[in-house]
Design a protein around this ligand. Structure first.
Ligand code: KG4
Ligand code: ZN
Length: 347
């Protein structure tokens, strides 16, 4: 049998992406990032939908050209069905449905969170089933037990903010532009992670919470620049606070990042120990964080666990992960019809 070729489209948030996968290998993965949101301090849904409409044809075109294959070589069209911004999802969904109809090729509806996990199946060196995946993105923080590519069970998740949100909100409080996660990462590289202590929440089981950390950072900065950092009795003036941030930005970023990482890895480590699973993965936008990648690898070396991290381009939103998920769904004949709805929530 010839190799199965999948064209995949991702449009759940603010990246328009298209990828081509052949026999489980990614041939191309093109991503158009929407710059339009930076000046608004966050993703503006209406602007995102419009930008997807502008980007989708050229991005698909370039992904196909780079793959060396033609539209008619495709065996199926995969797209992100859920979760995400509904207007954004609809653009990719309608585009995929139109292609499927015009080419008379099957349609595959993919869950974005499952796809983040399965990004770990893209490289040749893959985890063995069952494995655990810590999926950390702007909207989700989950520990997922993966029994097979299509049998995934969430065993823990955040009860409030996602890890990416914690990064982005901390960055915003520090006056850094959106999306702040990568900037916190950049400054943290040169900072002292032990300089400031932020609390680790005590949440039962494998669940996470980041809202206490957010409040702690808020109070920390409110009192920053006075001798009373962390004590509510004093409040710094705007000027004092800004000076304190300017002088200590690297150490603040390193200390916040280090706490987010320990919250994440302590729970993953507990789950791995309890369930006796030795193959561990990370996925999602926050898995691009250099501190998390390093600490995750070190944890694996210390405990004798096998650790897997997707290539950088498959960590943040991308269609490569939709293509690989589409491939495994194709193998199970898991196709959708044209009436399949895009859903803001799901998984
Ligand atoms: O998976 P993703 O691209 O989109 C969602 O599905 O949410 O994740 C985006 C999140 C944002 O919160 C962004 O700040 C965070 O991932 N992020 C990072 C880094 N790169 C992206 N957070 C920390 N360090 C990074 N290097
Ligand atoms: Zn994502």
């Amino acid at each position: 049998m010839s190799k199965i070729n999948i064209l995949a489209i991702e449009s759940s948030c603010d990246e328009t992406s298209a990828a081509v996968c052949s026999g489980g290998k990614i041939l191309s993965n093109r991503i158009a990032t929407q710059a339009v949101h930076a000046e608004h301090g966050g993703v503006v849904p209406e602007l995102a939908s419009r930008a997807h409409m502008q980007h989708i044809v050229p991005v698909v075109d370039v992904a196909l050209k780079q793959s060396g294959l033609l539209l008619e070589d495709m065996d199926a069209i995969a797209f992100t069905q859920a979760p995400g911004l509904i207007g954004s999802l609809l653009v990719g969904g309608q585009f995929a449905k139109s292609l499927s109809l015009a080419l008379d090729k099957p349609l595959i509806a993919v869950n974005h969170m499952q796809a983040h996990v399965l990004a770990n199946l893209i490289p040749d060196d893959k985890p063995s089933f069952p494995f655990l995946c810590l999926t950390v993105s702007g909207g989700h923080t989950q520990i997922v037990k993966c029994v097979s590519p299509t049998q995934l069970e969430i065993i823990g998740e955040t009860i409030d903010d996602a890890a990416g949100e914690a990064f982005d909100k901390a960055a915003k409080m520090l006056g850094l532009p959106y999306p702040g996660g990568p900037l916190v990462d950049k400054h943290a590289k040169e900072g002292n992670p032990d300089r400031f202590q932020f609390p680790e929440p005590k949440i039962p089981g494998y669940n996470f919470s980041f809202s206490g950390l957010k409040t702690a950072i808020l109070y920390f900065l409110r009192n920053a620049g006075t001798a009373q950092v962390y004590k509510e009795a004093f409040a710094a003036t705007e000027g004092e606070r800004q000076r304190f941030i300017d002088e200590n930005l690297k150490d603040i970023c390193a200390s916040i990042q280090s706490r987010i990482i320990s919250i994440l890895l302590n729970k993953l480590s507990k789950a791995a120990k309890d369930l006796e699973i030795k193959d561990l993965c990370i996925a999602g936008g926050v898995s691009a964080n250099s501190g998390l990648r390093k600490a995750f690898k070190e944890m694996g070396e210390q405990k004798g666990w096998n650790t897997f991290i997707p290539d950088f381009q498959y960590c943040t939103d991308n269609a490569g992960m939709i293509a690989i998920t589409g491939y495994y769904k194709y193998l199970e004949n898991d196709f959708a019809d044209l009436s399949v709805p895009s859903l803001a929530r799901g998984f």
